[in-house]
Design a protein around this ligand. Structure first.
Ligand code: GLN
Length: 304
């Protein structure tokens, strides 16, 4: 496995020349464009890493799957999906247009920004601070890493530049989708995007989902039903308006973020984290998806 991973990183390194690192915040623009790494963990605890797997990056949209699990634990499936749908949009992750034209006026799914902001509003807590602390604790629990924390420079940048997200939050508040304080929901959203991880951290989250919501200790933290919902939405919506293509090319549940990470799940078997900050126009790691595609072909991982 180790040799295979090293070979795949080397082979796909040229793809890091394509695309661009996210630059809507100066701090994100500092990422090394040619970084590329992968980490795989199996359910016997074996770990295999190659390339830049210790590099820290912000989790960004990958956080959406974690918040969704906690929101369902806090409120139940029925309530959460009365406020946010389960359908792909085919639009960019930060698109606003379907919010108003959708008959139901609820965001199409929890993996686009509008849906994720609505999900943030459902995390229980008296204010943004308590809500976020509960979320960070949950993040630490499922990644089995007590040291996870927010990169405050990036959080400030997210908040300063997040006016499009803010506009969606206020729209959703106007429609009654967001019930509590809209600024609290936005603070939780900006902070969750700014949590710092490595390819290893997201592989652990992937493994948690692969094991249907169980930690390596055997402790069941979320129900298998919640894990199934999240994995299904990762397949249909996890890489936004590339989700169909990624399902064909990679064939396993994936969730990307503009920090350059992609988490992938092989149900019952593996958690995979890849990192490559150079993104395609849709916000997905170009080289990272190539590595996942090759890995899937080599090991016959497609669930289809
Ligand atoms: N912070 C980013 C945003 O809200 C996260 C989006 C992403 O990773 N696709 O625009």
């Amino acid at each position: 496995m180790q040799d295979l991973l090293s070979k795949l990183i080397k082979k796909n390194l040229p793809f890091t020349k394509d695309g661009n690192v996210a630059n809507y915040i100066p701090e994100l623009d500092k990422a090394k464009k040619d970084a590329l790494g992968i980490c795989i963990i199996d359910n016997e605890g074996n770990q295999y890493c190659a390339g830049d797997c210790d590099t820290k990056f912000t989790v960004q949209s990958i956080s959406k799957i974690v918040t969704l699990m906690l929101a369902i634990l806090d409120n139940g499936e029925e309530y959460v999906f009365s406020k946010v749908g389960m359908e792909p949009t085919g639009d960019p992750f930060n698109s606003i247009r379907k919010l108003e034209t959708s008959r139901r006026k609820k965001p199409y799914n929890p993996m686009i920004n509008a849906g994720a902001i609505a999900v943030c509003s459902m995390i229980k807590g008296s204010d943004a601070r308590e809500k976020f602390h509960r979320l960070l604790d949950f993040f630490r629990l499922i990644s089995e890493d007590e040291t996870l924390d927010v990169n405050y420079k990036i959080y400030c940048g997210e908040s300063e530049t997040g006016n499009r997200n803010r506009s969606m939050g206020y729209f959703l508040k106007g429609e009654g989708i967001i019930e509590g304080d809209v600024e609290d929901a936005l603070t939780v959203y900006f902070k969750q995007c700014s949590i710092e991880v490595t390819a290893y951290t997201i592989a652990k989250i992937g493994l948690f989902l692969a094991n249907n919501g169980k930690l390596s200790t055997g402790e069941q933290v979320v129900t298998p039903r919640i894990a199934t919902i999240v994995k299904t939405l990762m397949v249909t919506c996890g890489t936004y308006d590339s989700s169909g293509e990624v399902a064909v090319r990679v064939g396993i549940p994936c969730k990307s973020g503009v920090g350059g990470g992609v988490v992938a799940v092989v149900p019952g078997r593996l958690g995979i984290g890849v990192y490559g900050p150079s993104l395609d126009p849709r916000g997905n790691s170009i080289a990272g998806l190539h590595v996942l595609e090759d890995l899937s072909n080599e090991l016959k991982l497609s669930i289809f």
